[in-house]
Design a protein around this ligand. Structure first.
Ligand SMILES: C[S@@+](CC[C@H](N)C(=O)[O-])C[C@H]1O[C@@H](n2cnc3c(N)ncnc32)[C@H](O)[C@@H]1O
Length: 198
């Protein structure tokens, strides 16, 4: 059974000038957990069609976005390609340094097979986490979509190892039937010093 594409969240998003309903998810996450800095740079992984990026730009942060497709949105820096291939150094260069916030709304094309989609999505989430750890400044925040399933708990534990404060959230704008939730992580731990020689 499909869903009504013109549901009320989608209509509200269009009326507010955003291409996708996802904007309300990030807005709610920030209202509840205060993850968006007042200035600095955010990296938006899986940024197309650009609702999160547009909302972040409106909050006064610079945005570097990565997606297989480029948003037609002024004001950000867009890198077209796969997050599985983009180098962390490319993102750092585009950001002009380390990021204050990394967000990931990455989702694969869904196959309809729950386990296949879950495994593919967790691979994207793990890549987002690896990039966030490499390009985030110590103390920075990370927001990541997850398709719930067998490997979701393990992913949340990997986020906990990297950030001091980690929560799970299902925003109101997420469809009731959806398997998605968001990991909201604050306070990237500083890199560990190299182990002393033995
Ligand atoms: C739910 S949409 C993101 C919506 C976006 N946050 C917004 O507010 O407009 C998920 C995005 O992930 C992107 N994506 C999926 N796999 C990707 C990959 N390997 N590299 C980069 N982007 C990818 C898709 O192209 C799609 O645009």
């Amino acid at each position: 059974m499909g869903y009504d594409r013109s549901d009320s969240w989608t209509r509200r998003a269009k009326a507010a000038g955003f291409p996708a309903r996802s904007v309300f998810k990030l807005e709610e996450i920030d209202e509840r957990h205060h993850v968006v800095p007042s200035s600095g740079v955010a990296v938006d992984l899986g940024c197309f069609p650009g609702s999160w990026s547009k909302w972040l730009l409106g909050r006064g942060v610079r945005v570097v976005g990565v997606d297989l497709k480029a948003p037609t949105l002024p004001g950000g820096t867009w890198i077209v390609g796969s997050v599985l291939e983009v180098e962390a150094s490319t993102l750092r260069d585009a950001a002009g340094g380390l990021a204050h916030l990394v967000v990931s709304d990455l989702a694969p094309n869904t196959s309809g097979q729950r386990l296949v989609d879950h495994v593919r999505q967790i691979a994207l989430a793990d890549r987002a986490l690896a990039l966030a750890v490499e390009i985030g400044r110590p103390g920075s925040n990370f927001v990541c979509k997850v398709f719930d399933g067998e490997d979701a708990g393990g992913f949340v534990e990997r986020v906990r190892a990297a950030y001091t404060d980690v929560k799970r959230l299902k925003p109101d704008a997420t469809r009731g039937s959806s398997v998605e939730f968001f990991v909201v992580a604050k306070g990237l731990r500083p890199p560990r010093p190299p182990a002393p020689p033995t």
